[in-house]
Write a protein that binds this ligand. Structure first.
Ligand code: AHR
Length: 333
C-alpha cells in the first residue's frame, strides 16, 4: 500500500472520528446540578418551643400556631416548656437532633444564654426563627425575630400614665414585672421609665408577678400592707393587673379611680375590666403572629434573606372610649 494511499486513508479516518465526536456519539453527560428544591408548607416540619401556658395572651398565641399550622398544612411539633428554662433548652436540643424537624421556632423564656444551642442548630443546618420574644446575642445565629417592640409598649404605657396622673400632687407608681430575665420584662420596664420619668413619675415599688393574677395580687397586697400612697399601677401584662385590681378592692381602694391602672396585652379580659371600669388603659401586644413565623420559616428554607426583625402591628385601647363595647366585640382574642 503506497505511502500516499496510507496517509489519505489516515486523514479520512481522523476526519471521520472528528465528525463522529462533534455530531454523533453522545458526549459523556455533564453532571447537571440537581434541581433546587422549592419548599412548600406541606413539605415543612417546624419544631416550636412555646414558653408554657401562663395566661390569656399565651393561650391565644398557642392557638395561633396550632390553628394556622392546620390551615396551611404544616407539620407542627409543639413543645410546651412549662415555663421552665432547662426544659426549653432540652427541647431545643431535641429538635436539633430530630431528623424530621426542618426549622426551629422559639419563644425564649429568658433573653440570655442561647449562644451555644443556636450555634448547634446552625451547625446542623436548621434555621431558627425567634417568635414573640427576642434574645441577647449574635443575630447571625438566627434568621429573624417576629414580634413586638416591647420597649415601645413600655413607652406607650409611660406616656399614658403621665396623662392619667396629670395634675396629681404625687405620682407614685408601682410596677408588676413579668418573669425575670425575659425580654418583655426587661424592655417594657425600660420603655416605661423612659417616658414616665419625664413627667415626674416615681416608681416606688417594682417586683415580678410572673405574669400571673395570683402573684400580681399577692405582691400588691404586700405593698398595700406597707403603704397606700400609690397613684398608679403599671402591670406588664393584663393578668398581673387583674390581680392588683382585686387587691385594691379588698383594701378599700377604687381601682382605675383612686389608683390609675395600665396593663399590656389587650386580651379579652382587659376589655371586660375596662367595660367594668376597673382598668383605665391596655397597650396591645399581638399574639396572633404564627402566620408571619411560618412565612419566615418557609422563606428561610427557600434560601431567601429576611430582615432581622418582622414587627407585629399593635395599638392602645382606652376605657373611656365611647366605642369600647363595639371594639371589644370585634376582638379575636
Ligand atoms: O411575651 C409576651 C408576654 O408573655 C405577654 O405580654 C405576657 O402576657 C406573656 O406571658
Amino acid at each position: 500500500m503506497s505511502k500516499k494511499l496510507f496517509y489519505k486513508m489516515l486523514a479520512v479516518l481522523m476526519l471521520a472520528s472528528f465528525v463522529l465526536t462533534a455530531c454523533g456519539s453522545p458526549a459523556p453527560a455533564a453532571t447537571e446540578a440537581p434541581a433546587k428544591k422549592v419548599w412548600t408548607y406541606a413539605d415543612m416540619t417546624i419544631g416550636f418551643l412555646q414558653t408554657g401556658s401562663e395566661g390569656g395572651w399565651r393561650a391565644a398565641n398557642t392557638a395561633s400556631f396550632k390553628e394556622s399550622a392546620e390551615q396551611l398544612g404544616i407539620n407542627l411539633k409543639f413543645y410546651d416548656s412549662q415555663n421552665d428554662l432547662a426544659k426549653q433548652v432540652a427541647g431545643f436540643q431535641q429538635f436539633i437532633a430530630d431528623p424530621e424537624v426542618d426549622v426551629i421556632a422559639i419563644s425564649p423564656l429568658e433573653a440570655a444564654g442561647w449562644e451555644q444551642v443556636l450555634k448547634d442548630a446552625k451547625a446542623a443546618g436548621k434555621p431558627v426563627i425567634l417568635s414573640d420574644r427576642r434574645i441577647d446575642g449574635n443575630e447571625d445565629l438566627y434568621v429573624t425575630f417576629v414580634g413586638a417592640d416591647f420597649v415601645e409598649e413600655g413607652r406607650k404605657a409611660g406616656t399614658e400614665m403621665c396623662k392619667l396622673l396629670e395634675g396629681s400632687a404625687s405620682k407614685n407608681v408601682w410596677e408588676l414585672v413579668g418573669n425575670v430575665g425575659s425580654s418583655p420584662a426587661i424592655d417594657r420596664g425600660k420603655g416605661f421609665r423612659e417616658t414616665a420619668e419625664k413627667c415626674g413619675i416615681v416608681i416606688t415599688n417594682s417586683q415580678t408577678g410572673n405574669w400571673s393574677i395570683v402573684e400580681g395580687k399577692q405582691v400588691t397586697e404586700a405593698w398595700l400592707k406597707e403603704s397606700k400612697d400609690v397613684q398608679g399601677i403599671f402591670g406588664q401584662n393584663d393578668e398581673m393587673a387583674f390581680g392588683a385590681i382585686e387587691a385594691l378592692k379588698e383594701a378599700g381602694l377604687v381601682p382605675a379611680v383612686d389608683v390609675k391602672i395600665i396593663s399590656v396585652d389587650a386580651t379579652a379580659g382587659a376589655f371586660q375590666a375596662m367595660l367594668d371600669g376597673t382598668l383605665n388603659i391596655t397597650v396591645e401586644c399581638n399574639p396572633l403572629i404564627a402566620p408571619q413565623v411560618y412565612e419566615a420559616a418557609l422563606a428561610a428554607l427557600n434560601g431567601e434573606t429576611l430582615p432581622k426583625w418582622i414587627p407585629s402591628i399593635e395599638g392602645v385601647f382606652y376605657g373611656d372610649d365611647p366605642n369600647l363595647k363595639e371594639i371589644a366585640a370585634g376582638r379575636k382574642y
